[in-house]
Every structure is written in structure tokens, then in C-alpha cells.
Ligand binder design. Structure first.
Ligand SMILES: *Cc1c(COP(=O)(O)O)cnc(C)c1O
Length: 417
């Protein structure tokens, strides 16, 4: 469910006509619904309410300040993966005590910053990283809480680039090593190693990998218990899938399968959903430039490209595409492509789409997660504007980049002058 709906054959975001936003800000742009965003945060929080989880929004899915503020105001914590994300989360008003830091490659500087800011939890991915955090915390005279990111060796049955919980992936610590670390926790006097973290991958549309991983974790907790090792946190990561092409399972269905297992652990539960909250809340709006028919295929060429919204070219991801004006025009099969000099620059292939003329607007649906955050300046294209709607109001929440933004920092070396 989302708040992008047709009224009188025109696509609206809440009470704002998408076409009216295009007139004001130009194309292409991202458009977010405040209401959809809040509702998706509440959906996941409410579904898991029986274990009263801390829901840390994974800001790598969408790090716009207005998106973060909306969710922080709802009580969200933040899941970060870099020092930049940490700075931004705090700048927008996140309480450090609600921030979890995951990354297989945290730098010294990032660790020191997070220790100084007093974040809730480091999700640690290797022994060497434990040593590094311990040393830095000691130097700063702090004791920090750490969860071990477990690699449960579960195939999340999602796209290979976004599955993370098998031993072929770089992520996490195998159970044997984790056990050894916990038994020798005294080796790290500046750490309180008191949690487990697991993140299986992204766009997971079945409860099975979660259930499998949780059962493994519960077994592991029993082994730890026998060694008198008691923990405080269980962070089960994110990954909850959404309905791109097929209908995804709901937060309630996820919760129904997982709650009994989560309760069994008796630990404070942390969730890190990103896509589930941000994905349905945003669309990418692009304008038709040309129609082209080469005798074999028909193409709709639009002004947005893979640099603006990469998921189709990166993951071959399906995104529903709808003209913002409903017409009676019959549907024909087309490729929707951008202006970038790559054949991988497409939003849809062989997609039945109502005939659209030059200047028509197309909405690429469920583009709120891993859209703007993955954008690049490839082909020297400015990053697009982002707009948020609340009720009948809308405001730019990120201005379109200018040419000066694109060349900032570049210079010709003296030896070329
Ligand atoms: C990417 C990521 C998430 C969020 O994943 P979604 O599929 O967007 O829910 C959560 N936790 C960690 C550690 C991640 O790397």
C-alpha cells in the first residue's frame, strides 16, 4: 500500500498532483510521500510490538535528511554503515544511543568517531576489528557495547549481490569463531561483547531464511548459556522484501513467524529495515523525450538514466512504470531507456505500456529505497531533485545539482598549465 493514486485520471502523491510538482521542479526527480513513509515505519514497529523492538532505519536505503527526520520523529533509531552516515544521522537529530554501526570495513577514524559519539552498538565482523575497536576505546577511556555479526550460512534466496548470510560472502563471523571470542571476552577489556547481529540480505520475500537463522542462533545461545555467557541484544538486521513485481509477504506475516523465536531468546530485539520503509514511499518521475521504432523493437527514451536510478540495470530489478496521466491508449511492448551511453541503461524491457507521447511523465514506482542513495554523476549528469509531499503541501528536500556542483574540487595540475 502507498499513497500514489489516481484521481480523475491523474497520478497524485497524497493530495498533490505529480504533474504539478514536475512543473515546479523540472524532471527527473524523486517524489516521496510522508504518509507512506510513516505508515511503513509503524507497520513494522507494530507488527513486532510484542517484543518492543528498537527499529533502526537502515539509512543506506535513503539518507535524505527529511526522510531521516520523519522517521526519527516517529521514534526510529538508525542503522549506519559509515562515518558519513553517522555524522549525518546525528546532524539530523538521531540520539546516538539508538545508532547501530555495521560494516565489514570500519576505518580507525570511523570507529573513533562512533566511540566518541557514544553509539548504542558496534556490529563487529572480524576478530581484527574487535582488536581495533578495543584499542581505540581504551585510548578514549570508554567501554563500548559490541554485537558479533554472525554469519549463519543461510542462503536468503534473493539476488546474488544482495545476499549476505552465506560463508561465501564477506560478511560476519562464523559460529565457531564467535564462540571462541565470547569465551575469551576478557581479552577485550574496553568492550562489552553482549549481542549478536545477523543480516541475511535484502529483498527477502520468505520467512524461511529468517526462521532458519533464528533457530541456529537460539541453539547457539543455549551453547553460550552452558558456558555462562549471557547476552543482551539480538539484532536481526533488515532485508524485509516489498512488492516490486510479485506481492510480497506483509510485516504481520514476518512477525507471526519470527515473534515466537524472538521471544524465546529473551533478548532486547533490534530490527534494521531499510527497503521496507523507504521503498514504497518514493517514486522516480521522468519525462518522455522520444519514441523510437527500429523495426525490431520499440523504445521510449526518457530523461532519467541509470545514473539516477540504478536498480534495473544493477540488479535487473523490476519496477512498475505508469504514465502519470491515465489514457485509453492501447498498451504496446516497449523498452523504457535513458540517455546514458550504455545498453544497460534501461528501466524496463519488453514492457507493455500505454502509448506515451513526447513530454508525458512516467512514474517508476517503489523507487524510494536504493534510488537516490545509489545515484552517480556518470555522464556528467547532475543528481536530480528530491521532493517530499505531506497532505496537500510539497517541498524540495534536495535541490537538483548544478554544473558547479559537478566540477567542484576538480583542477588542472600546474604541470599541465
Ligand atoms: C543494507 C542493510 C540493512 C537494510 O537492508 P534492507 O534490505 O534495506 O532492509 C540492514 N542492516 C544491514 C547491516 C545492512 O547492511
Amino acid at each position: 500500500m502507498h499513497d500514489f493514486n489516481f484521481k480523475n485520471n491523474e497520478l497524485y502523491c497524497e493530495s498533490v498532483k505529480v504533474g504539478a510538482v514536475a512543473k515546479k521542479v523540472g524532471t527527473p526527480f524523486y517524489l516521496y510521500s510522508h504518509k507512506t513513509l510513516v505508515e511503513h515505519f509503524q507497520k513494522i514497529r507494530d507488527a513486532f510490538a510484542p517484543v518492543n523492538p528498537l527499529v533502526c532505519f537502515a539509512m543506506k536505503s535513503n539518507g535524505n535528511a527529511a526522510i531521516l527526520k520523519t522517521l526519527i520523529d516517529q521514534g526510529a533509531g538508525i542503522d549506519i554503515v559509515s562515518g558519513g552516515e553517522l555524522k549525518k544521522a546525528i546532524r539530523v537529530g538521531a540520539n546516538p544511543k539508538t545508532i547501530c554501526f555495521a560494516s565489514a570495513g570500519k576505518t580507525q577514524e570511523e570507529i573513533a568517531l562512533a566511540v566518541k559519539k557514544g553509539i548504542l552498538l558496534f556490529n563487529v565482523e572480524s576478530k581484527e576489528e574487535l582488536n581495533a575497536i578495543n584499542t581505540i576505546a581504551k585510548k578514549l577511556r570508554k567501554v563500548v557495547q559490541v554485537a558479533l555479526r554472525i554469519n549463519p550460512d543461510v542462503d536468503a534466496a534473493t539476488h546474488k549481490s544482495i545476499t549476505t548470510g552465506t560463508l561465501k560472502n564477506k560478511f560476519g563471523i562464523d559460529l565457531k569463531t564467535a564462540h571462541e571470542i565470547l569465551k575469551n571476552a576478557k581479552k577485550y577489556p574496553s568492550l562489552e561483547i553482549n549481542g549478536l547481529h545477523v543480516h541475511l540480505g535484502s529483498q527477502i520475500t520468505s520467512v524461511k531464511p529468517y526462521v532458519f537463522a533464528l533457530k541456529k542462533i537460539i541453539q547457539f545461545l543455549e551453547i553460550l548459556c552452558a558456558d555462562s555467557i549471557c547476552l543482551r541484544y539480538l539484532d536481526i538486521g533488515g532485508g524485509f522484501g516489498i512488492s516490486y513485481e510479485k506481492k510480497a509477504i506483509t510485516s504481520k506475516q514476518f512477525a507471526k513467524a519470527l515473534l515466537p523465536l524472538l521471544k524465546m531468546t529473551g533478548l532486547k530485539i533490534i530490527l534494521e529495515p531499510g527497503r521496507f520503509i523507504a521503498g514504497p514511499s518514493g517514486i522516480f518521475v521522468t519525462k518522455v523525450l522520444y519514441n523510437k521504432n527500429n523495426g525490431v523493437k520499440k523504445f521510449v527514451i526518457v530523461d532519467g538514466g541509470m545514473n539516477d536510478f540504478a536498480r534495473p540495470s544493477l540488479y535487473n530489478a523490476y519496477h512498475e512504470i505508469i504514465p502519470t496521466k491515465k489514457t485509453a491508449a492501447k498498451k504496446i511492448k516497449v523498452d523504457v531507456v535513458g540517455p546514458i551511453c550504455e545498453s544497460g541503461d534501461f528501466f524496463a524491457k519488453d514492457r507493455p505500456l500505454s502509448t506515451v507521447k513526447k513530454n508525458a511523465l512516467l512514474a517508476i514506482m517503489r523507487a524510494g529505497a536504493y534510488g537516490s542513495t545509489m545515484a552517480s554523476n556518470y555522464n556528467i549528469r547532475p543528481k536530480v531533485a528530491e521532493v517530499m509531499v505531506k497532505g496537500n503541501k510539497f517541498e524540495i528536500i534536495k535541490s537538483r545539482e548544478t554544473f558547479n556542483d559537478l566540477i567542484r574540487g576538480e583542477k588542472i595540475p600546474r604541470f599541465l598549465k
